[in-house]
Design a protein around this ligand. Structure first.
Ligand code: ADP
Ligand code: MG
Length: 687
């Protein structure tokens, strides 16, 4: 099979556009896609017609605006093409207005208070830069139109609209920085992203026996598996046939949708896998990552698996992340985070490299908050994921360059001999990235930054919006500094170096090349004054809720006060709801399964008077007490709201749940397998 022949056949792609649109309309549509030129009504009319023709040829009966509300899922409202003409004859019709704008009932989507439920109007608006695609059904198919979702008064109610704004802002600040530092300014800047998607695969039958997995996405109880990932024999090991068939099917589906799936491999933990695409422009990559998550679930289901995107489904095993590889490029193919081939390119690289580091330093709290969720909290700060302290790994070679630059010395990296023979700096620099950088939340990996704190279930929208905005803000700061130095009469290179030195004196605190898992780093980070926001409520309070911290987003025009408040409210609320559901599920598991099993076990013990099982009995008693306590606390928790509720969840409910879990897990290890009613880790983590 030739993948190139099926690639993108379910998208309104280049070939289809050329076929279906008049040359004039095609050219204007391309201008919109490439340069963001607004679409006129007559052009939209032609595109709508062509889209409909193409969709019908491909067995579509319905279309839907496809958008990403603040819940983190994708949303759709399907409408039929079917309509009736003047003579009441059935025909298929699709108008420009229907393409451009949709009006789903917005009242059931979270708005965080930006809109009262009685004025339910919200609308979706077509994003012409992201290609329309077809989702196949059993008998008929549906045309999906990537869209933003706004309230009636124009507030953003989704993740795409703020992402698009942040991309625009970063493109502009990049151009400005190039201009003041006198590097060639390209026509078009692109933010590029390649998200590596991790996930767990379980057998569907086993999964069905775990109510906690079904309802909460993670195991709330469960003793560590005997083997776990101790042998580290799963990573890059051969993929079981059954899993391979699933992957083949998945990749085929993705190729048809024009999603460039590239790499598949086993991850470190048993039953954990990864899919990495070829990087694309951020807006498209974000939509494609949604499609990847949807197709992962769908195809797993078809192959008798259940697929977990939760950030920490199993205690004691690696969590799942979404390594967000990120860079800035232009239409000539220049990557601004590539160290380049000569001194001039290296200087340009440094401007951008330092620019990103400074952005991360300035807005570390918001960057932390952009990946905050109840699920990701179990991962960040756990013993294998990046810690909750936001730092940047740069490696030793570039670390040295930056140390010198801070003191005002422009020293090229070691091995600069390669410069004379025209080789890139790149090979030396990537070689210096030792594997210890796995512990860094943001690592420079040769020609891109890898934002690793992003969780496996999180859409790309918010983390990248915040990263883009942080970097744009920093680029603007550096541009101003360079301008000031030039105004003082410094030449261009001097001005750049002084500006970078000034910025580094402040931001180099965020650079850390050591082991992020270590206790020493926590202490060192505190000395450096870096934030260590351990859970979601704390990170929200110090970002979305903090007037000082959030000012840059308002100033850059990315989110208004109201939009920020809305997100804050929704995030507190979602966090509390998740902990609430988890704690109720834990109580249910104890009452329905664990207690009975424990009592049976005691009965069994009692038949053998030479056994000492007083520890066991003590544990059961403590479990009863703590369960009672947890039930009480969930009742206290119920009427609370907002910040207070979220903090109560984090500081009172969760610790109690953890204590209970420890007891239950002890009981599990001490109980006969035939009595224990739930599949254990060893039987779950095998395919
Ligand atoms: P590694 O496995 O060392 O992290 P890879 O080369 O496999 O590195 O890349 C991982 C991901 O990074 C892939 O999705 C890839 O497409 C993406 N990537 C590579 N270059 C860039 C870039 N310039 N901008 C954004 N993403 C990139
Ligand atoms: Mg990687």
């Amino acid at each position: 099979m030739k993948v190139s022949e099926i690639y993108g056949i379910l998208t309104f792609n280049e070939k289809v556009m050329k076929n279906k649109l008049s040359y004039e309309v095609y050219k204007r549509f391309k201008k919109t896609i490439k340069e963001g030129e607004p679409i006129t009504k007559d052009v939209a009319e032609c595109i709508a017609h062509a889209l409909k023709e193409w969709a019908i040829e491909n067995n579509c009966t319905h279309y839907t605006h496809w958008f990403h509300p603040l819940t983190g899922l994708t949303a759709e409202k399907h409408d039929a093409f079917l309509t009736f003409d003047e003579n009441l004859m059935p025909i298929e019709r699709f108008l420009a207005d229907e393409l451009i704008q949709g009006e789903p009932d917005a009242s059931s989507f979270p708005s965080g208070g930006t809109r009262s439920t009685f004025e339910a109007r919200g609308y979706t608006a077509w994003d012409p830069q992201s290609p329309c695609f077809i989702i196949e059904g059993k008998k008929t198919n549906t045309l999906c139109i990537p869209s933003v979702f706004l309230s009636y008064n124009g507030d953003s109610l989704d993740k795409k609209s703020i992402l698009l704004k942040s991309i625009k802002v970063l493109e502009e600040s990049t151009k400005k920085l190039l201009e003041v530092s006198e590097f060639p300014v390209p026509e078009k800047i692109s933010i590029t992203t390649g998200p590596e998607q991790e996930y767990y695969l379980l057998d569907k039958e086993v999964y069905r026996k775990r109510e906690d997995l079904i309802i909460t996405g993670r195991t709330l109880i469960g003793a560590n598996s005997v083997k776990g990932q101790k042998l580290e024999d799963h990573y890059f090991g051969s993929i079981p046939d059954r899993v391979k068939y699933f992957m083949e099917d998945l990749e085929l589906a993705l190729y048809k949708l024009g999603v460039p799936a590239k790499t598949r491999h086993n991850e470190v933990a048993p039953c954990q896998f990864e899919l990495a695409p070829i990087f694309e422009e951020l807006n498209i990559a974000a939509d494609h990552n949604h499609l990847v998550m949807i197709m992962l679930k769908k195809k797993a289901e078809e192959h008798g698996f259940s697929l977990l995107l939760h950030e920490k489904p199993f205690k004691g095993l690696n969590g799942s992340g979404k390594h967000n590889n990120w860079s800035i490029a232009d239409n000539r193919g220049v990557n601004y985070l590539s160290p380049g081939k000569n001194k001039e390119e290296f200087l340009r690289f440094l401007v951008f490299f330092v620019g990103v580091i400074n952005g991360v330093y300035n807005h570390q709290k918001f960057i932390r908050a952009s990946v905050a969720s109840a699920a990701n909290d179990h991962r960040l700060g756990g013993n294998e994921a990046p810690p909750s302290i936001i730092s940047v790994f740069v490696g030793s070679a570039l670390g040295e360059v930056l140390e010198n630059l801070k003191e005002g010395n422009f020293v090229e990296p070691k091995h600069s001999k390669t410069l004379e023979i025209g080789l890139s700096y790149l090979p030396q620099i990537t070689r210096h990235n030792t594997d210890r950088n796995r512990t860094s939340p943001i690592a420079f990996t040769g020609n891109k930054f890898e934002f690793r704190a992003v969780g496996s279930s999180q859409p790309l929208g918010l983390p990248n919006t915040i990263l883009n905005a942080s970097v744009a803000d920093s680029f603007n700061e550096i541009s101003e500094l360079i301008k000031e130095e030039k105004a003082k009469g410094k030449n261009r290179e001097e001005a750049i170096l002084i500006a970078l030195s000034k910025v580094l004196k402040k931001c180099s605190k965020v650079i850390f090349n050591g082991n992020g898992y270590s206790k020493e780093w926590q202490i060192e980070a505190e000395k450096r004054g870096l934030a260590n926001l351990k859970n979601t409520p704390e990170s929200l309070k110090n970002s979305f809720a903090d007037a000082e911290e959030r000012k840059f987003l308002i100033d850059l025009g990315i989110m208004s006060e109201r939009e920020l408040n809305a997100r804050l409210n929704i995030k507190y609320d979602q966090y509390s709801k998740i902990i609430d559901i988890e704690s109720r599920m834990l109580v249910k598991l104890i009452k329905k399964y664990v207690r009975t099993a424990a009592l049976k076990q005691i009965d069994m013990f009692s038949k053998f008077d030479f056994l000492n099982y007083s520890e066991y009995i003590k544990a059961v008693k403590t479990m009863e007490e703590k369960t009672g306590l947890l039930i009480n606390e969930t009742q206290n928790f119920e009427p609370m709201e907002g910040e207070r509720k979220a903090f109560f969840a984090a500081n009172t409910i969760l610790p109690l749940m953890n204590e209970l879990r420890e007891i239950v897990d002890f009981l599990e290890t001490e109980t006969d397998k035939s009595i224990w009613p739930l599949p254990d880790y060893d039987s779950m983590l095998i395919l």
